[in-house]
Structures are given as C-alpha cells and as structure tokens.
Design a protein around this ligand. Structure first.
Ligand code: PMP
Length: 444
C-alpha cells in the first residue's frame, strides 16, 4: 500500500517525492479519540483529524443521521427554485448557535477554502451594492492561513502558500501578526505588541486609502501559522479599526468555531462580533465535507433590501447545502451542545498546556509554547534557544515518529508541533499525549 500510495497519489501540502522518502501512516480505523493504522497500531489522535474531529470517531448519532439521510434523500441542490428540509432545519440551529455573535444568516459551502472564498466575494459585493465599488482590497495577518482558493491564497499570510501561484489577486496586504516570539518590532510584551500591530494596520489603511478596502480577514487564534493567540485587546482593536474605516471584519473560524478555543466561537472568546464568520471543519466533524459562512444583519440587510439586482449572489457550489452534510451538521451541533465540548476543551486544554510547560523545563528543543485557549497548542521547536534557530526537518520528523510509536499522533507544521485533539479527550488521553511528546523530544 505504501508503494502504491507513493506511485499513484499526490498529497496536499507535500512534495510528491516525500511519499517515497517518508511514507505516510495508512489509517484504517478510528474509534473514540484513537486511530489505528494498517499495521494494527492504535494511538490517541492528538491532531483531531485536521483540527476538525472534535467529537471523535464514534459519534453514533452523526453516523445514524447520515445513514438515515442517505436513505431519505442522498442529494438535492438548493440552487434556484429548490431547497431541502435539512438545510432549513440547520439554518435555524446555526442562527441560534451564533446568536450571541450577532450572526443570523447562513450560506452553505463544501469546506473551509470555499467559506473563505465566499466571504471575500460577499464582502466586495456588499460594498458594490452600497455604491462603494472602489472597496476591493483586503487586509489579513502575516502567518494567517485562509485556504488555497485564489482569493484565500491571496490573503494568506504565509508567502510559501502564495509564491508558486502568483500572480494572485492584487490588492491584498498583510499586517504583522501579534506573535510575541518573533516579530519585526522585537516586542515580547503581548499587550504592547498588539498595539504595535494595530498601529501597523491603521497605517496600512491610511496608506491604501480606507475607501479602497473591502474587508479584514483574520483567525481569532491563528492556527496553521503556529497557534498564535493574540492579546485579548487585539481582536477588539481590529473591530474598532474596521468600524472606524467602514471595513468589514471577517472572522475565519474554520478551526475555532464550535468550541475549540473553550468558547463556542473564537470571536466570542475575545468579545467581538464579526460581520461574517467562515466555518467548516467541526461543523460536521469530518463525517462529511461541509461548511457555512455566517452573516450578520448589517451585511444581510444590504443584500436583502437591494432593489437593483446587484444583491443576487454569484457564489455557490453543486454541494452547497448538501442534505447529507446538513443532516450530519445538525447531529454534530446537537452532540456538540449536549456534551458541552467547549468546557472540556478549556479544562483539558489547560491540563495539556501545563503539561507541555513542564516538558519545556527538561527539553531545550522547546523554544516557545503557545495556546492554552482551549485545545489548540503549538510547541515551537528550536535548535538553539538563544538564537531561536528553527528546529531542523529531521528533528521534527524524529519527534513526530517517536511520539507516534509511543502512543500519540501529533502534527508537524514547519518547526511547530501542533496539538489539536478531539474536544472529548479525557485527562488520561492528555497524559498519553504528554508521555508520547516526552519520548519524541528525548529521541530528538
Ligand atoms: N481557514 C482556516 C483558518 C483553516 O485552518 C483552513 C484549513 N486548515 C482553511 C481556511 C481551509 O479549509 P479547507 O482545508 O477545509 O478548505
């Protein structure tokens, strides 16, 4: 299987030759918070699929809902003139779930990149309907990740995801991220750094001209860029600047929505109400590809009250509002709330964070630890704490491989080890993850 995998399949975000040099694990089974590979090894999935399997792999109500929906209606489009019962029920549930965020309408997609793309398109359209068609540019954060479609890649803060595909969308500008460990200001105080980043954002707005900017997109806690939770004043500061300059604030909550930060949304975690919110991943917990952009009244009113025809939405996918996806989302949302996974995320996240801090005392390789806002944590690996030289590829591979052999799947992203286990993990699972990490770091 490993040979055929290398021969026949290209993997996302990997060099094709990597599959030969480092054959990936072949996962054949998932149960609870564990995964089992083709060789029969069972480990705790400290990655939670890809930050999405919040409810673990054995969520029977979701499996039952999918099976029942496949019997009743496996597919029907919600394009022009038709809809289906599942998307309607889900719409009401999402409006209720995100009421506190001020988000009242849902636009369905097939995943995170689609949600980002739709939100950016809607942002431009919103301004055009209002007669401010010059507002076409976007701001985002360096180190932010917003998927791989063309607009999303353009606002991506990591140049590695952009350069091979340029020219991308012009008019996208990246603001320094509130990343205390490394930043252009050499500022280590989180609050001061947040102020510096906000000042840089305001400078960019003035330089570009506010009347040219459509939106600011940001993750409330940056995920793939290495888990960067900003100071608590940062996102409220971004909201204030957006309000001051008529810019829409789009929260990319593809990772953070539905409990991962210990709050039901990352925006709520910081007390911010965005104009739009991109969601996907845990909306269906990996049981079916699905996503939803949530929209507030301010944006919705402009579209809904448009009398010129400009409010007709030109975005959508064959699988927007897939009834099986919607049925899965309904069941996931019910389970997410019934189990109150956000509270377990906060409690287990604090345990995992404290455990990793302890590991840092004995492992020089850990340069920085970030997260602890729920169950998203990164260990930044360095070869030298004084120079902060990033951990080398073989070091990262050794940590990952040994951790896996000792009982936990962790994720390597650049020189970060990322932990984002299912939100239903127990304290015992947290200990398994810490033991595996300890072994991985010792081996490295
Ligand atoms: N936005 C964020 C914040 C993400 O983390 C991701 C995926 N990791 C995406 C967008 C893209 O989502 P997808 O991979 O489902 O297209």
């Amino acid at each position: 299987l490993k040979e055929r995998n290398a021969k026949d399949i290209w993997h996302p975000m990997a060099h094709p030759a990597d599959s030969i040099a480092n054959p990936p694990e072949i996962i054949t089974k998932g149960e609870g918070v564990t995964i089992t590979d083709v060789d029969g090894r069972t480990v705790v999935d400290a990655v939670g699929g890809l930050w999405n399997v919040n409810l673990g792999y054995s969520c029977q109500p979701v499996k039952d809902a999918i099976a029942a929906q496949l019997q009743a209606l496996p597919y029907y489009s919600i394009f022009r003139g038709t809809t289906n019962d599942q998307v309607i029920e889900l719409g009401a549930m999402l409006a209720d779930f995100f009421k506190e965020d001020g988000l009242t309408r849902a636009f369905y997609t097939s995943g995170g990149s689609d949600s980002v793309e739709v939100s950016l398109r809607l942002a431009r359209q919103y301004h055009k309907i209002r007669g401010e068609g010059g507002r076409v540019k976007f701001l985002s954060l360096k180190k932010g990740y917003h998927g791989t479609h063309t607009l999303g890649a353009s606002v991506n803060g990591n140049a590695n995801f952009r350069t091979q595909y340029e020219p991308l969308m012009p008019g996208c500008y990246h603001i320094p991220a509130p990343y205390t460990y490394r930043n252009p200001f050499n500022e280590t105080d989180p609050e001061k750094l947040a102020q510096l980043c906000l000042a840089a954002m305001e400078d960019e707005i003035k330089f570009q001209g506010a009347e040219t900017i459509a939106g600011m997109i940001m993750e409330p806690v940056l995920g793939a860029g290495g888990v960067i939770p900003p100071h608590k004043r940062f996102m409220p500061g971004v909201r204030a600047l957006c309000d001051k300059y008529g810019i829409l604030l789009i929260a990319d909550e593809v990772i953070t929505a539905y409990g991962r930060t210990g709050s039901w949304s990352g925006s709520r975690h910081w007390g911010v109400k965005p104009d739009m919110m991109c969601t996907a991943k845990a909306i269906t917990n990996g049981y079916f590809p699905f996503g939803a952009v949530m929209i507030n009244d301010k944006v919705a009113d402009v579209f809904e009250n448009d009398k010129t025809g400009k409010g007709a939405i030109g975005s959508g996918y064959t699988y927007s509002g897939h009834p099986v996806g919607a049925a899965a989302a309904i069941a996931c949302l019910k389970e997410t709330q019934r189990l109150n996974v956000k509270d377990n995320a906060a409690a287990r996240g604090a345990e995992l964070f404290a455990g990793v801090q302890k590991l840092q005392e004995s492992h020089e390789l850990i340069g920085d630890i970030r997260g602890g806002e729920g169950l998203m944590i990164a260990l930044e690996i360095v070869s030298d704490r004084a120079t902060k030289a990033p951990g080398a590829k073989p070091t990262m591979a050794t940590i990952q491989k040994t951790a896996y052999e000792t009982g936990a799947m962790v994720r390597v992203s650049g020189n970060n080890i990322i932990l984002s286990p299912p939100l239903i993990v127990s304290s015992e699972d947290v200990n398994t993850i810490l033991t595996a990490l300890d072994a991985g770091l010792s081996a490295a």
